[in-house]
Design a protein. Structure first.
Length: 893
C-alpha cells in the first residue's frame, strides 16, 4: 500500500468544466455514461490525463467523438490513463458498468433496502465512473437517471429537476442540473420507492425553498423533528453568519445502510436513517439532540464545505472542523450552552486524548495517509462515526479563533473567507489568513495547531503578593512526543481566566502585566470578569494588578483550549469553585477534577488491596449541587456523573480496566446509598406529567430523573429495582423507558431478563429501537458478556452488512472496558475475528473497529501480548484492505 503525502500536492494538469452523467440503473448491472469537457491547466501543455477508477468495467472511451482503441489508453485496476490527449479543450466520453447489488462497501453506488444510493466522499466517485477523483476538480454537473418506474418511482440527484418522463417498458427518467460547480465527492444519486415530508422555508431575501425529507412511506411520520431541525438550522445560519440557502430545493434522504452519520451532497443530503427518524415513543432525547446536530451539520456544509471546499483531503478539517464548530454553536443556541460544552469536552477527553497519546496520533491536518477514509472513522458512536482530531480538535481550533477575536471579529473573518474563496477549493492557511486579515490580528504561532499532533500539557502555578496587590499566574507548556514528531514547538494557547474573591464572586480585572508591559483589560470602563491570556511560549507569566485579596483562580473557562491543564489548586479550592464559579463549565470541571483525583487515588488503593472508602467531602460537594435549586437540571445531571472509565484509564501509567471499573462502581453505589433520599426525591419530582416535548427544560428534567434512577438501581435492592421496573412500565416516551431499561440491564438477574425480553417484544418491528436493545446488551459490563454478544450476532435482527448493527453490537462491545479487555483475551479474540470477517464486506467499518486495538501498549503485559497477537493475526490475513492495513500496521509499529 502506498502512502500519500501533503508535501507532494501538485496542481492538476487538467481541469473539468462540465460533466454530464447518464445512469441506466439496474440492481445487478448499472450502465454509467459520462461526457466531460476537459481543458489543460496550462494552455498548450501536453501531459497524460490520469483518471481514477476502481471496480469498474470499461465499455468504451471516446475523445472528441472518436472511439479509442485498446492501445490508445492504459487501464489497470486503479487508473485509466490517456497518454496523449488532444491539446486544448476536448470532450471525453466514457461508458462503464458497475454492480450496485454486489457493492457491500457502501461507497460508490450501492443498494440500501429497496433504494439505489451513493456515497462519494472521500474517494467513492471512482467506484462509479473514471474521473479525476480529487476535490480541486470542480465542475458543473447534469445527471440523467433512467430506471424501472414501479420499483424506483423517485429519482433524485443534485440541483434542480430539469425534465422527467416515461420511457418504454415501464421505465422512466429524470434529468437533474446543478448550477453550482462542485467536486465529485459531493455528487449524489438516489432512486427508490420513497415518500416525502414537504415543507417550505422562506429565506431572508424572501426566496421560497422547497424542503423534502424522503423515506419509505411508513417512516414519514418520524421525520417531523428532522424537518424542524432543518428549518431551525437554515434560520440560524442566516441569523448568525448571514448565510442564505442558494437553491430552490433541498432534499434529505434517509437510508438504513450507511457507513457514517450523513453526507452533505449538494442539495441532496443522504442520511443514515438513525440520524433522521425520531418519534417520542421510539427515540430518546439523546437521539433528538443528535438529529438536530447532524441535520444542522450537513446543512451548514452547504457553505462551509460545498461553496468553499478543500483543495485536497489533507485539508479535511477546513470543512469539518469549521462545520463541527458551527453545529456545536447551533446546538448550544438551541439548548443549553454549558451542557453542550460539557458534552463536547467529555467527548474530546474520551476519544481525542487517548488517540493523541497513542500510535495513531496525527495532527488536525495530517501529513500523510494510506487510506483517506481512516480520517473519518476514529470513534463509533451509535450510528455516527467521526474522526476526532480532524473533526473535534479541528472544531476546537476554530473555537480558539473566536475566543481570541470575539464574536464580531470571528464573523468578520468568516465574511472575508467567503468573499475571497466562494467557488474555490482552498487550504487551512486560507482560512487562517482570512481570520487574520479581517482583524489585523497577530496570531503568532497559531498555525502550529494544524501541523503538530499531541495534547499540550499546560502547568500553571499561582502566587499572590499582598503588598503589591498583584496576582501572578505562571504557565509552562509541554507537548508530548507523537509518532514522527519527537520534538515539539510551543503552541499558542488562549487561556480564559477569572478570579474569585473569598465570597465566591468574580473580581473585576483591570490590568495585566505581561513581558513587563502593563495591558488594560477593561473595555471602556466596563468591568471585565473574564480575560483571555495568550500563552505562546514554553514559559510565560501574567501578573494581574489591583487584586485586593487572595483570589481563587478559575482557569481555562469554557475550556478555552484543547489542552490538559495541571494546576496547583487544592481540593478545597476545587470545592470552592464547584460551589461558586460563575463560569458554569468550570463549576462542572472543578467537580470532575475532584472526581478524577479521587478515582485515581482509590484505584491505587484497590490495586494495593486496601479497603475502599469514599471521601465524605466529595459526597457533601455533590449533595450541595443536587440541592441547589438555582442550577439547571441538566447541568446537575452532568455534574453528578463521574468521569468515564476510559477517561480515568487514560490518565494511568498502565491502564487497569478491572480496578477502574470496580472503583467507579463502588463510588456510584456508595453515592447512591448515602444520597438515596435525594435521588428518590429527584425521580419522583421529575416524572413526566405531560406529552413529550423536545425543549431544554423538559430534556433537563428527564436527564436528571434518569441519572438519579441509574444511581438508585445500582443499589440492587428490591425497593429501587421495583422503582426502576415501575418507571420502565409507566414510561410514555423512549427517553424514560430506555433509561429505566438501561438502569436495570446493568445487573444480572430476573428483572434484567424480564425487561429485556419485554422491550424486544414491544419493539421488534422497529429496527432503530432494536439497535438500542442490541447496544445496551453488547456494551454491558456483566461478567463474560462476550458469549452473549456472540449470541446476539445470531439473532435474526442482526445483519453484518448493516453498519448500524455492527456498531451497536460489535462496536458497543468494545466500549465495555471490562469485557473488551477481559484478562483471558476473549474480547480481543472476538474483535480480531470480526475485523477479518467484516473487512471482506466493508473495509471502512472494519477499520473503524480495528482502532479499538490501537492503544494496546497502554495495558499490562499479559493484555499487550493478547492484543498484539490479534493485530498480527489481522496483518497476516490474505487480501487485507488498505483501510485495515493502515490502522493495524501503525498500531503495531
Ligand atoms: N462529510 C461526511 C463524511 C463522509 C466520510 C466518508 N468516508 C459527513 C460529514 O462530516 O458531514
Ligand atoms: Zn461534516
Amino acid at each position: 500500500p502506498k502512502e500519500i503525502f501533503l508535501k507532494d500536492y501538485k496542481l492538476p494538469d487538467y481541469y473539468f468544466d462540465t460533466v454530464d452523467l447518464n445512469f441506466s440503473l439496474g440492481e445487478e448491472k448499472t450502465i454509467v455514461a459520462s461526457k466531460i469537457t476537459v481543458y489543460p491547466r496550462v494552455e498548450g501543455s501536453s501531459f497524460p490525463l490520469v483518471l481514477d477508477g476502481e471496480d469498474l468495467k470499461l465499455l468504451s472511451i471516446t475523445v472528441d467523438g472518436k472511439e479509442l482503441k485498446e492501445g490508445d489508453y492504459c487501464l489497470d485496476s486503479r487508473h485509466l490513463t490517456l497518454p496523449l490527449p488532444p491539446s486544448g479543450t476536448f470532450t471525453l466520453e466514457i461508458v462503464n458498468e458497475i454492480y450496485p447489488q454486489k457493492n457491500t462497501s457502501l461507497e460508490g453506488l450501492y443498494m440500501s433496502s429497496m433504494c439505489f444510493c451513493t456515497q462519494c466522499e472521500a474517494q467513492g466517485f471512482r467506484k462509479i465512473t473514471f474521473y479525476q477523483d480529487r476535490p480541486d476538480i470542480m465542475a458543473k454537473y447534469t445527471c440523467r437517471i433512467e430506471a424501472d418506474k414501479s420499483s424506483y418511482p423517485v429519482l433524485l440527484s443534485n440541483g434542480n429537476l430539469k425534465e422527467k418522463g416515461h420511457l418504454e417498458g415501464d421505465r422512466h427518467y429524470a434529468l437533474w442540473e446543478d448550477p453550482f460547480k462542485k467536486p465529485c465527492y459531493l455528487f449524489a444519486l438516489v432512486a427508490g420507492p420513497l415518500e416525502s415530508r414537504d415543507d417550505i422555508f422562506v429565506t431572508r431575501s424572501a426566496r421560497k425553498v422547497s424542503l423534502r425529507i424522503w423515506t419509505p412511506a411508513q417512516d414519514v411520520p418520524k421525520t417531523a423533528h428532522a424537518m424542524y431541525s432543518l428549518k431551525e438550522a437554515m434560520k440560524w445560519d442566516e441569523d448568525v453568519f448571514g448565510l442564505e440557502y442558494d437553491l430552490d430545493l433541498f432534499n434529505i434522504v434517509a437510508v438504513p445502510d450507511f457507513n457514517m452519520g450523513a453526507m452533505e451532497n449538494k442539495s441532496l443530503n443522504i442520511f443514515n436513517s438513525g440520524c433522521v427518524l425520531a418519534s417520542p415513543e421510539t427515540a430518546t432525547d439523546g437521539d433528538y439532540a443528535a438529529i438536530l446536530g447532524v441535520i444542522g451539520h450537513e446543512y451548514f456544509h452547504n457553505w462551509t464545505g460545498n461553496r468553499v471546499t478543500c483543495r485536497d483531503w489533507f485539508q479535511l478539517s477546513l470543512k469539518e472542523g469549521l462545520t463541527v464548530f458551527r453545529d456545536q454553536e447551533f446546538s448550544s443556541d438551541m439548548g443549553s450552552r454549558t451542557v453542550k460544552r460539557i458534552a463536547d469536552v467529555s467527548s474530546l477527553r474520551n476519544y481525542q486524548f487517548p488517540e493523541d497519546g497513542g500510535p495513531m496520533a496525527h495532527p488536525v491536518r495530517p501529513h500523510s495517509y494510506i487510506k483517506m477514509d481512516n480520517f473519518y472513522t476514529g470513534k463509533i458512536l451509535s450510528s455516527l462515526a467521526l474522526n476526532v482530531p480532524v473533526y473535534e480538535k479541528g472544531a476546537e481550533v476554530v473555537r480558539m479563533y473566536k475566543t481570541l477575536l470575539g464574536s464580531q471579529g470571528f464573523r468578520k473573518g468568516m465574511d472575508l473567507y467567503f468573499k475571497r474563496h466562494d467557488g474555490q477549493a482552498v487550504t487551512c492557511e486560507d482560512f487562517f489568513a482570512a481570520m487574520r486579515d479581517a482583524n489585523n490580528a497577530d496570531f503568532a504561532n497559531f498555525l502550529i495547531w494544524y501541523s503538530q499532533a499531541g495534547t499540550p500539557v499546560v502547568k500553571v502555578t499561582s502566587s499572590y503578593n499582598a503588598e503589591a496587590h498583584t496576582y501572578s499566574l505562571k504557565f509552562s507548556q509541554e507537548v508530548p512526543p507523537t509518532p514522527g514528531q519527537p520534538v515539539k514547538e510551543p503552541m499558542f494557547i488562549p487561556v480564559a481566566v477569572g478570579l474569585l474573591d473569598s465570597s465566591g464572586k468574580d473580581m473585576p480585572l483591570s490590568s495585566v502585566y505581561h513581558d513587563g508591559k502593563l495591558q488594560s483589560v477593561e473595555i471602556s470602563n466596563h468591568p471585565v470578569y473574564t480575560t483571555v491570556v495568550q500563552v505562546t511560549k514554553k514559559e510565560e507569566e501574567f501578573v494581574f494588578a489591583d487584586i485586593f485579596e487572595q483570589p481563587t483562580p478559575s482557569l481555562l473557562r469554557g475550556y478555552s483550549a484543547p489542552i490538559r491543564l495541571e494546576s496547583n489548586l487544592s481540593d478545597s479550592d476545587l470545592f470552592f469553585l464547584l460551589a461558586h464559579d460563575s463560569d458554569e463549565f468550570n463549576r462542572w470541571e472543578a467537580g470532575q477534577e475532584l472526581a478524577r483525583k479521587l478515582m485515581l487515588s482509590m484505584v491505587a488503593d484497590f490495586q494495593q488491596g486496601k479497603p475502599l472508602a469514599l471521601n465524605p467531602n466529595f459526597v457533601h460537594g455533590l449533595k450541595c449541587i443536587l440541592s441547589d435549586a438555582s442550577l439547571d437540571k441538566e447541568f446537575i445531571a452532568k455534574a453528578i456523573t463521574l468521569p468515564s472509565e476510559s477517561e480515568i484509564m487514560d490518565m494511568m501509567e498502565v491502564a487497569d480496566p478491572d480496578a477502574v471499573h470496580s472503583v467507579r462502581k463502588f463510588i456510584r453505589k456508595e453515592l447512591a446509598s448515602q444520597l438515596k433520599a435525594e435521588f428518590l426525591n429527584m425521580v419522583l419530582a421529575n416524572r413526566s406529567s405531560e406529552e413529550y416535548v423536545f425543549n431544554h427544560p423538559n430534556m433537563a428534567r428527564r436527564a436528571l430523573k434518569n441519572v438519579a434512577l441509574a444511581y438508585l438501581a445500582s443499589l440492587e435492592d428490591p425497593e429501587t429495582t421495583e422503582l426502576a421496573v415501575h418507571e420502565y412500565k409507566t414510561a410514555t416516551n423512549m427517553t424514560e423507558q430506555f433509561a429505566a431499561l438501561a438502569a436495570l440491564a446493568q445487573h444480572p438477574g430476573k428483572s434484567r431478563d424480564d425487561v429485556l425480553a419485554d422491550f424486544y417484544s414491544k419493539w421488534q418491528h422497529d429496527y432503530l429501537v432494536v439497535n438500542k436493545w442490541f447496544a445496551l446488551q453488547a456494551s454491558s459490563d456483566i461478567p463474560s458478556n462476550v458469549e452473549n454478544v456472540r449470541n446476539l450476532m445470531k439473532h435474526p435482527a442482526f445483519d453484518l452488512r448493516n453498519p448500524n448493527k455492527v456498531y451497536c453490537v460489535i462496536g458497543a462491545f468494545c466500549y465495555s472496558p471490562v469485557n473488551f479487555h477481559a484478562k483471558d483475551g476473549s474480547g480481543y479474540k472476538f474483535l480480531g475475528e470480526m475485523v477479518v470477517q467484516l473487512d471482506k464486506l466493508n473495509p471502512q467499518v472494519a477499520s473503524g473497529l480495528v482502532s479499538s486495538f490501537s492503544r494496546w501498549r497502554r495495558y499490562d503485559e499479559n493484555r499487550q501480548n493478547l492484543a498484539k497477537a490479534q493485530l498480527e493475526m489481522i496483518m497476516s490475513t490474505n487480501g487485507l484492505s488498505e483501510n485495515v492495513f493502515e490502522i493495524a500496521s501503525k498500531s503495531l509499529a
